[in-house]
Design a protein around this ligand. Sequence first.
Ligand code: ATP
Ligand code: MG
Length: 532
Amino acid sequence: MKSNIYCVFVFLIGLSISYFISAQLIKEETKVQQNNIEVEGKSISFNIRGAIENNVEIIQLVTNRWLTLEDLNQHWQSDTNALKRINRSIKKIQLFPLIEQNKFSLPFDDLIEYADPMARKQQLRARSHLPMEKEKVISTFVYTSRSSYSEDNKLELNLQFPLIIEQVLIGYIEVSINIDMLMRHKIDTYQITKPFALSENGITLFSSLPEKTHINDITNQLTISLYGHQWQLMIWSHISAPNGDLFLIFSLLISLLAAITVKLLTLYYSMNKKHITDKEKYKRINDEWKNSQAKLIQSNKLASLGEIAAGIAHEINQPLQVICIHTDMCLDNLHNGNYHLVEKSCKAIVEQSDRIEKIVKQVGSFGRDSELDNYQKEIPNTIFSNVIGIVINQYNQDNVELRQVIPPSLPAVFCNKTQIEQVLINLLINAKDSVETSQNKVVFFKSHVQGNNLYIQVSDSGSGIDPNKINDIFTPFYTTKALGKGTGLGLSISYSIIHQHNGEIKVSSEIGKGSIFTVILPFEKRKLIRHE
Ligand SMILES: Nc1ncnc2c1ncn2[C@@H]1O[C@H](COP(=O)(O)OP(=O)(O)OP(=O)(O)O)[C@@H](O)[C@H]1O
Ligand SMILES: [Mg+2]
């Protein structure tokens, strides 16, 4: 539930962030496009100006060759034809004379003649912007009059070049350039892609606009100043803003992705947490198992102790009686002055006390709580003498003979000493119990080394075990002993102890003949099977 709220939260945040980013991108893109249009506008204006200035230069180059009237009359036709050929937008080249017309021998149409004084006045009025004295002419200057329509209804740019020959301003060469042709030539040559229009004082000189273009679409406007004229250049362009819907879909996708990631992360986190709690639970169960295992082992030990207590009491009773007798003798001898006998009695008392101490020590160490994990290198002979020390009293009391076949020094075994002692005490007491009613009350306690293992064998000539029951003897609480005598835990605990040592416990038995219990313990410190 909580993770779903996180997801929605992340989704909304992601959506707002990506929407903001996409808005910024759109803004940037629009700005770039606007910049491009501005650059293109400048380039168009530069090209238009260049085209006209180029024409002017070429025309001046030609007219400058005419140094005398003779030159002019002689070369006019060929030169003007050449100019028209080079530049197809030059429609007309005429001479407006300021000296007597008869000095010119030009083709009829090329000389602007004046028929009568009235017509001449009109012509001069139309050229009021031109200086009529040589001194007022600025050399190499070109004059322009307002663009006008030609006979075939085409707008033309009129350029006027002053013609000074031999220090006399003899007239003006007037060149009409078809603006439409000039511009289209430029569009083709420079591959101008944006539609544009040119106007002067509100009159359109040229337009490359598609017919349906709306005036509102003008995106850039520039002024071209040319020979005293101000031309307005308008560029049409459509700014295609990046597709906002696409950005929105993109933002949605990114936010969804972020939300899914959060969901997966929270899932992973909760799974991890569950795994940790499972681990903790397992550890707790394992600890509890270890605890109960330790308690079971302890209770079995106490039960064994109860069984051997009678033997111990008997064993302690004997030295106690000896001590009592010697104490009495001591007192008597002290009274009678037989001091040399006192010493003998004291020695006997010390000896018997030592014997009691030994018995108490052995039983005491066995009865103590043993740690489950207390594994160490132990000398088997020490373990055996401890075990025998504890059970021997009972054997003696019940008149059972314990025959030991044990090599004097056996290699150390990596084991839990008190647990192994507990196993052996169980086996030895079971064997002793089994020979209770037998004629031959002998139990063998043997040990030998074979391979990497230590073999310990407890065999008896007792009652034996029913083959049908032999599988039950290792199950807890199985006992054939009288109520209060056996708990039925001895062998099941012995089995689990030996298996924790990576060892084995085996039995072979025959009814009426006896049983052999064999414990096999590995010497090496192998990885012990423990429930961890
Ligand atoms: N050496 C043996 N000879 C014959 N029967 C045996 C021998 N060892 C064990 N058994 C049988 O296996 C049973 C289970 O033995 P186990 O040591 O587990 O329990 P217990 O001796 O009856 O009681 P506990 O050991 O708890 O005092 C015994 O009651 C007995 O019937
Ligand atoms: Mg037993």
